[in-house]
Design a protein around this ligand. Structure first.
Ligand SMILES: [Zn+2]
Length: 487
């Protein structure tokens, strides 16, 4: 017994040594010694132009016939007036009338071009919430150092800051070595098929090989993330896919006085129940592991110990993260029954019953693999499973955070936001850049704006706004990024 105890203690000691060695070898991936980006003197006229941009009601509706195309037309004309150099030196091409693609030819054709993306359509203001906006959502008002309006954050801020950066560089005589493309979509909020998808198709047809793509997605989160209470720059390296499946059972119906053991409702209900009781497996390799590699070394010793030894702690980490709904969405394909339709009268057996279940697909899986697993879990041939393909998208492959393109972005972020921890992460929503994942391995999703727990709900919500100083810094970011991307 004593001998066993001695071996046991020795084993424990060795384990502790391994854990501690791994923790000390778990070194920071943050770039250090990055020189601060020089200031970019943009006058008040830039802020005024941003305010004007917010006055166009470029609202996207799922039903395209509701779109006020005159607003999109007018916004394009406004960009032309506001950025004369950009419109005289860059080539502008339109896609489905309002999708805008600018090409700023570089001097060196051997260098792959870069693509900066943003979108100028916005979501509607929900009826009845207008009075909750201290300034009207489409008035474009600047008060006390704050710019108010729908689209300040999502995503006219990026459209305008990119344009200001290009105009400013042109004014200073800057000529890029590497071609710079700008793509401004008109329908990101309704899947981006008219804008971003059409533009991506053109890139594919023309065989344009891109160095990297930068679109919206993550931000600088000033109040940190769970486990790291420091400002964190979240750079999306992938986004989840989307599919809704319809589960249908057609039965013969009849009178409810002599029912079969299970009606069509019962069968569909059982299928839904099985899906909820058998969630998709949890995985850390779809963005979270990369995030831990960047954020882990910046955490306290105890947390560092956990993330440095994922070979031991992965099951525990998965269990802890999976406890919240938002954490759960990061580690698995989620299952959400959203619509149930069946029955018409209380004494009549229903003929058909249908449930719609929405899945957000983790990178590494696919619409086909999700559908296959759903059929296996339901395990009932009477339940017909149909893919609702119009709205479905595959998850994006992971962009490599070790690629030099990521380093350029990392360096630029550090030079504009010196105090932040830069990290890759998985975007849970969808962005226009998903269409470029097919043609470029380096697709990054990051807007150079400051957000926190309080400002995030204003995106797509009420009282969307941005401090003037933050906006100025966005312009500085894009100027710096274009300069840093020239070699
Ligand atoms: Zn957006």
């Amino acid at each position: 017994m004593k001998k066993f105890l001695r071996w046991f203690l020795l084993g424990l000691f060795l384990l502790a040594v391994i854990l501690v060695i791994n923790t000390f070898r778990f070194s920071s991936r943050q770039l250090t010694g990055v020189a601060p980006a020089p200031p970019v003197a943009v006058g008040d006229s830039a802020v005024d132009r941003f305010a004007q941009a917010l006055r166009y009601r470029t609202v996207s509706f799922t039903d395209y016939s509701l779109t006020d195309t005159t607003q999109f037309e007018a916004f394009g004309a406004f960009l032309k007036r506001s950025f004369p150099l950009m419109h005289s030196r860059l080539k502008l091409e339109t896609f489905n009338r309002y999708g805008l693609l600018y090409e700023w030819k570089g001097r060196n054709p051997a260098l792959k071009p870069i693509l900066l993306m943003a979108h100028y359509d916005v979501v509607p203001v929900i009826q009845g919430t207008e009075r909750m906006w201290p300034r009207p959502p489409f008035a474009g008002r600047v008060d006390g150092g704050i710019i108010y309006g729908r689209g300040t954050r999502d995503d006219k801020g990026c459209v305008m800051a990119i344009s200001e950066a290009v105009e400013w560089l042109l004014k200073g005589g800057f000529q890029p070595e590497r071609t710079v493309y700008l793509a401004f979509g008109q329908d990101e909020e309704t899947l981006g098929k008219r804008g971003a998808e059409a533009i991506a198709k053109a890139f594919k047809q023309r065989n344009i090989d891109l160095e990297y793509v930068l679109d919206e997605g993550g931000t600088v989160k000033t109040d940190g993330i769970p486990g790291l209470k420091k400002p964190v720059a979240l750079v999306g390296i992938s986004e989840k896919g989307y599919v809704s499946l319809e589960l249908t059972v057609v039965a013969s119906g009849g009178h409810s006085s002599m029912p079969p053991p299970q009606t069509s409702i019962g069968m569909v209900a059982e299928a839904v129940d099985r899906l909820q009781k058998n969630p998709f497996p949890a995985r850390l390799d779809a963005g979270l592991a990369q995030m831990f590699a960047y954020t882990g070394p910046e955490m306290s010793f105890g947390q560092r110990l956990v993330f440095a030894n994922d070979w031991l702690f992965a099951p525990l980490v998965k269990r802890i993260i999976g406890q919240t709904n938002s954490g759960n969405a990061l580690i698995r394909t989620t299952t959400a029954p959203t619509i149930f339709k069946a029955g018409a009268k209380d004494n009549v057996l229903p003929i058909d019953a249908t449930a719609t279940v929405n899945f957000r697909i983790l990178p590494g899986e696919s619409i086909a693999s999700v559908t296959k697993r759903v059929k296996e879990v339901i395990d009932n041939e009477q339940v017909k499973v149909t893919v609702m393909s119009a709205s479905s998208t595959e998850p994006s492959p992971l962009s490599d955070p070790d690629d030099p393109a990521f380093t350029k972005l990392h360096r630029t972020i550090k030079s504009v936001f010196p105090e932040v921890v830069v990290t890759p992460f998985l975007v849970l929503g969808g962005t226009d850049s998903k269409y470029f994942a097919r043609i470029c391995p380096n697709v990054y999703r990051f807007s150079p704006m400051l957000t926190d727990e309080a400002s995030i709900p204003t995106i797509h919500g009420t009282n969307e706004r941005m401090p003037v100083d933050d906006y100025r810094n966005m312009i500085r970011f894009y100027v710096t990024l274009i300069r840093n991307s020239q070699n």
